[in-house]
Design a binder for this molecule. Sequence first.
Ligand code: AMP
Length: 219
Amino acid sequence: MFIVLLGAPGSGKGTVAEVLSQNLKLAHISTGDLFRENLKNETELGKEAKSYMDKGELVPDDVTVKMLEQRMEEPDIANGVILDGFPRTVNQAMILDKLLEKKGIKIDMALNIDVPFDEIVKRISDRRSCKGCSAIYNIVFNPPKQEGKCDKCGGELYQREDQKPEVVQNRLEVYKKTADEIIKYYEAKNILRTEKAGDKAGRTSYDVAGEIEEELRTK
Ligand code: AMP
């Protein structure tokens, strides 16, 4: 099974991916997480990506694709994959198609999580990340037990550069520029599935994940 997750940064893709990957035993590949790991380990790739990430811009395709290709060589992808954060442009979608064709893999579903932008800006600005284990909290809905401290590892919580309101706004602008065409790309292939989530829709990303999980189980 190969699922591609679409949706703006902060739409809850990460949550949906985590639930589906755990319950359906799929490898969760998040290009954002892979970049953050490289950043933390101060690799060459991390250094190359940092300036783009700090501004909320897309990292150039050659760097991103190389990183994804390497990740797709790992054995855990045999059980299936949930891909989160890639593709972000039609060009990346076409690159992904070629990469998967070589491996004889077909995309089963492009799941688009649709959350209004005003809800997203608030949501990301309320996020805090752990310096130690990268766990994410929401200071309103999912605060840590002790302010500023991670429940899991005791690490210090901070607001990532790309969680600051002005950068969030830019990340959304970057997303808006390419979102429509990428959605149309998968619509034309008959594999697009759009699910509304958020306060106005009255559905959380956990609700969406649960429904999709049920459906995929019976597939
Ligand atoms: P995310 O956590 O998915 O929002 O990704 C964080 C940052 O990593 C993005 O703002 C980009 O700078 C970079 N990034 C992640 N995925 C991609 C991608 N598919 N193409 C280019 N840059 C990406």
